[in-house]
Design a protein around this ligand. Structure first.
Ligand SMILES: NC(=O)c1ccc[n+]([C@@H]2O[C@H](COP(=O)([O-])OP(=O)(O)OC[C@H]3O[C@@H](n4cnc5c(N)ncnc54)[C@H](O)[C@@H]3O)[C@@H](O)[C@H]2O)c1
Length: 328
């Protein structure tokens, strides 16, 4: 069972689980936070698969225990995602979907006797404390991060009642199907002559551990399989840190056209640096990221080109992974 199955990460997880031979039920409300048509397109391949079924419903209203009764694992990815959105339009949903929705999922999983819940959390729970060498404590600096921290506490509550929960703190995920509010998506769109300009928040010197979505899907599937992972939280990061300015240059190189940039003030909730602690996921889940930023951006660039000209093969040039600066 995958909640948020039609979203960016959820749809890649669905594809991977189907490839691994599992039967998958997806639950998604096709929430209008961004285009429901994009979400349906994310599941185009899965919808052709005989072992996949999509239930379009809101997890706040669906009969979850009935759905979960069939599930060995509930991967809970449905959320109102996004730091900046959580100050603005997303305020209510950030709390209703992320917190009350997660409690509904955990409660139903316990009632239904689901084997395990894998909970999608975020590096945002750390606020500024996930910087290299930082104290690494849960100390969010945005309403979104606070909502994810609340989800983690709820996971602890339900673990105490006997439910197996594994929490994964994803670090800035990118790749094909990325949400349109996210930086790399906006950068690729800003390489088009007729596209919007990319609004760089601040100097661009902030650094992130960007994580390729295929690696995130593998980590998420692995979290269901390791008995010793129950009750634990893992950082899921891409293995290297890059500044926003590095990524702007790399997206330009991949696309064969510069990203048109304008600078806007750095908003609240945007940490200066994030870095994952890779060791627990490597030791306990047997997982490590394998996709370099160079390779992952080339895949995302191909997806953007394909969306603009669906008849053109995804591997079409201009730009190539080879033309990205070697340091990326
Ligand atoms: N993308 C990232 O960089 C990132 C980083 C850290 C954590 N996360 C977490 O990973 C998960 C997936 O994120 P994403 O980037 O794929 O976001 P996304 O918005 O693409 O996917 C979330 C999906 O949940 C669905 N949804 C929203 N409200 C729902 C509801 N009430 N009932 C049923 N479905 C609902 C949406 O329609 C959407 O398809 C989220 O929990 C997010 O907080 C993402």
């Amino acid at each position: 069972m995958v909640t948020g199955a039609a979203g960016f990460i959820g749809s890649h997880l669905v594809d991977l689980l189907l490839d691994q031979g599992h039967t998958v039920i997806g639950l998604d409300s096709l929430d209008p936070a961004y285009s429901p048509a994009q979400k349906r397109a994310n599941l185009a391949a899965a919808q052709q698969h005989p072992s996949f079924r999509l239930v379009v419903d809101d997890l706040r209203r669906a009969h979850l225990a009935g759905l979960f009764a069939e599930a060995a694992t509930v991967y809970h990815l449905a959320a109102r995602a996004g730091v900046q959105d959580s100050w603005r339009q997303g305020v209510t949903d950030t709390w209703e979907v992320n917190v009350a929705g997660t409690q509904a999922v955990l409660d139903a999983a316990l009632t239904a006797g689901a084997g395990r819940v894998v909970l999608a959390s975020s590096s945002s729970v750390y606020g500024e404390t996930a910087a290299p060498g930082g104290p690494r404590i849960v100390n969010p600096i945005s309403p979104y991060g606070a909502s994810k921290a609340a989800c983690e506490h709820l996971a602890g509550v339900y673990s105490g009642r006997g439910l197996e929960v594994v929490t994964l703190r994803y670090f800035t995920v990118y790749g094909p199907r990325q949400r349109p509010d996210m930086a790399m998506h906006r950068m690729f769109e800003a390489t088009r002559a007729d596209g919007p300009t990319f609004s760089r928040r601040g100097s661009g010197e902030q650094t992130r551990e960007f994580t390729f979505v295929g690696d995130v899907a593998r980590a998420t599937a692995a979290a269901a399989a390791v008995p010793a992972a129950a009750g634990r939280a893992f950082d899921i990061g891409g293995g290297a840190r890059h500044s926003l300015n590095d990524v702007i240059a790399a997206v330009g190189a991949v696309s064969g056209a510069a990203v048109r940039v304008r600078t806007v003030p750095r908003p609240a909730g945007d940490p200066q640096a994030t870095a994952a602690d890779a060791d627990p996921a490597r030791r306990l889940l047997g997982w490590r990221p394998v996709t370099s930023l160079r390779r992952g951006l080339a895949e995302q660039g191909a997806w953007h080109r394909q969306r603009r000209s669906p008849t053109r093969p995804p591997a079409a040039q201009p730009g190539s992974a080879q033309s990205v600066p070697a340091a990326i």
